[in-house]
Write a protein that binds this ligand. Structure first.
Ligand code: ISL
Length: 568
């Protein structure tokens, strides 16, 4: 059999550069700030850093709208700063992967301004997706869009260009026009750009919405769900007709030509298990792993801002299905948080008092890190950072939240109701500055941070947690260490126990020599659990409570308790 690829027992740490560490006092994090803080990541023990976008950008969507793929935004530094960061990462034995956003560019990218200004028939017109207005409608008026699709960030997915009388497609904001991947020139330009970064020394790519790059060229109207006014275009672009052809071409033209083994991750909203297997079965030579969203879409109604409590049995069913579905082929990412998700301790745990907070944060970490797949830690998660106390709409920065607010207000929805949804699910929860210490701006900046730091940094911060062996940080460090030292975590079979229990998450991992049992109480009350045979008094590998004591049958788990046992 082929040797196990290095990324199967690696842990990835995601950095959102804007909010990690600011070296020059302008209130925005930067590359030198990251370089200065690398020792934090060495102590934590992670293997790979994934940087959210640092390329030149008008920052309509915080850098996910790129206007130059081969440079660094002056806000974050220079290419020389980037090379120094990369060398410092490599010198510490870690690797660095770039965020690759090629479903769309910024509307300020020269590819798009050429496409727009050259008009129909111009040399780069076909690099983007242009269509005429709906026949019989007044161009530029509501309803005249080429189809009824809504954008992910509210409003129609089309914007009218007066000069040419045509519309361009944007699945995200109007400043993020979608590239036309059916055009081979576009694909060749993307391949060349990716090779340029690999030659510079980066170790791979996290590929933004890469399962949305191929659209059904007919662009048919979508169904209008009860929740919205626009049509749902996703059947025409989620894992669209030519997506595997384009991803396999990336492998052939870029990844396979490179001498080092890379990490390639496909971020894929709406991907099914069947599709994920196709993308990540090594025999098909497409990608190493997917990053999918099913488990973070269980606790809301038709709109993501319609927050509802999680049913633990739904979470187990979802994660369990993915474990089983990729058991013999393919690979998945394991995560609770990223820069688009509210903080997990506030979402599936309890951030209301210090003990419940540390317990629930470490319980959640234990459950996640003991699954099969590659674990991801999002900056601050290793401290148990929580959602922010946003008071009014003025506290939000994210285009998704601001557009949603405007749209809902225009529909007459009550302001407090909208704010409740934004507080629970808004992406800015993940984007408040990293909490390094208890000083004024948490050690993030000497200036004024672009978004306020969470006031809880006075007691939740890296400095305090490093000094406390019982902290969330040290629990994450131990979990990451286990990933490196226990082969059963990488390859062992996964078996879900107690699928119908609404309070306790339980499973085993097993290979030919070792078996692990994971028990986790997802509630703030004691929970009694009947053990499977033969686990009584087995060795304790890890727990998140003081004096955990031996495993009895039945066993009473304390509030938010998690423990891992090993046999033999
Ligand atoms: O958070 C979401 C909106 O509710 C997701 O649908 C998210 O937009 C989707 O997972 C794609 O995310 C990625 O691409 C976006 C960017 O805004 C996100 O930050 C990025 O992670 C467009 O580039």
């Amino acid at each position: 059999p082929a040797p196990t690829p290095w990324w199967k027992n690696a842990v990835v740490y995601q950095i959102y550069p804007r909010s990690f560490a600011d070296s020059d006092g302008d209130g925005v994090g930067d590359l030198r700030g990251i370089t200065d803080r690398l020792d934090h990541l060495v102590r934590l023990g992670v293997d790979v850093l994934w940087l959210s976008p640092v390329y030149p950008s008008p920052h309509d969507d915080n850098g996910y709208d790129i206007s130059d793929y081969q440079d660094i935004d002056p806000l974050f530094g220079t290419l020389a700063d980037f090379d120094r960061l990369l060398a410092a990462v490599h010198a510490r034995g870690m690797r660095l992967v770039m965020d690759l956003v090629v479903n769309h560019t910024s509307d300020e990218h020269p590819w798009f301004t050429d496409s727009r200004d050259g008009g129909p028939g111009g040399p780069r017109r076909d690099w983007y997706i242009w269509r005429k207005p709906r026949p019989g409608m007044e161009p530029g008026t509501p309803g005249a869009e080429p189809n009824n699709w809504g954008s992910f960030f509210s409003g129609p997915a089309w914007t009218f260009d007066e000069a040419s009388g045509e519309y361009y497609l944007h699945l995200f904001s109007r400043k993020q026009p979608d590239l036309n991947w059916d055009n081979p020139e576009v694909r060749r330009a993307v391949h060349a750009m990716m090779r340029w970064w690999l030659e510079r020394g980066v170790d791979g790519f996290r590929m933004d919405v890469v399962n949305l790059i191929s659209k059904d060229p007919a662009l048919p109207d979508g169904i209008v769900h009860e929740s919205g006014r626009h049509g749902d275009g996703s059947p025409s672009f989620v894992c669209g007709p030519r997506v595997h052809e384009y991803v396999a071409e990336l492998h052939r033209e870029v990844f396979a030509r490179h001498p080092r083994t890379l990490l390639t991750v496909g971020e894929m909203p709406g991907v099914t298990i069947e599709e994920a297997r196709l993308f990540t079965d090594p025999a098909r030579r497409e990608l190493d792993m997917v990053f999918q969203f099913e488990h973070v879409a269980l606790d809301h109604g038709p709109s993501k801002f319609d927050a509802r409590p999680l049913k633990l049995t739904d979470l187990k069913a979802s994660l369990g299905r993915w474990q089983a579905g990729l058991a013999d082929a393919g690979w998945n990412s394991l995560y609770w948080n990223n820069h688009d998700q509210p903080r997990i301790v506030s979402r599936f745990g309890d951030d209301s008092d210090p003990v419940a907070r540390a317990r629930s944060a470490t319980m959640l970490a234990t459950v996640l890190h003991l699954h099969r797949g590659t674990p991801y830690v999002y900056q601050g998660e290793e401290l148990g950072m929580a959602n922010a106390p946003f008071a009014s709409i003025d506290d939000f920065r994210d285009i998704e939240s601001l557009n949603h607010y405007r749209e809902q207000r225009a529909l007459g929805v009550d302001e407090e109701r909208i704010l409740a949804g934004l507080r629970a699910r808004g992406r800015d929860n993940a984007r408040t500055p990293m909490q390094w210490d208890a000083t004024e701006h948490a050690g993030f900046t000497t200036g004024t941070p672009w978004i306020p730091v969470n006031p809880d940094h006075t007691h939740v911060n890296a400095e305090a947690q490093l000094a406390d062996p019982g902290s969330v940080f040290h629990h994450y460090r131990r979990l990451i260490d286990l990933r490196h030292t226990e082969p059963v975590l990488t390859d062992g079979d996964f078996r879900m126990l107690l699928p119908d229990d609404e309070r306790v998450y339980a499973f085993t991992r097993a290979d030919a020599t070792t078996e692990l049992l994971v028990l986790a109480n997802f509630t703030g009350e004691p929970a009694i659990v009947d053990l499977p045979d033969g686990w009584q008094d087995t060795g304790l590998l890890l727990a998140n409570v003081p004096d955990p004591g031996p495993l009895t049958s039945p066993h009473t788990l304390r509030p938010w308790e998690a423990r891992v046992h090993r046999r033999p």
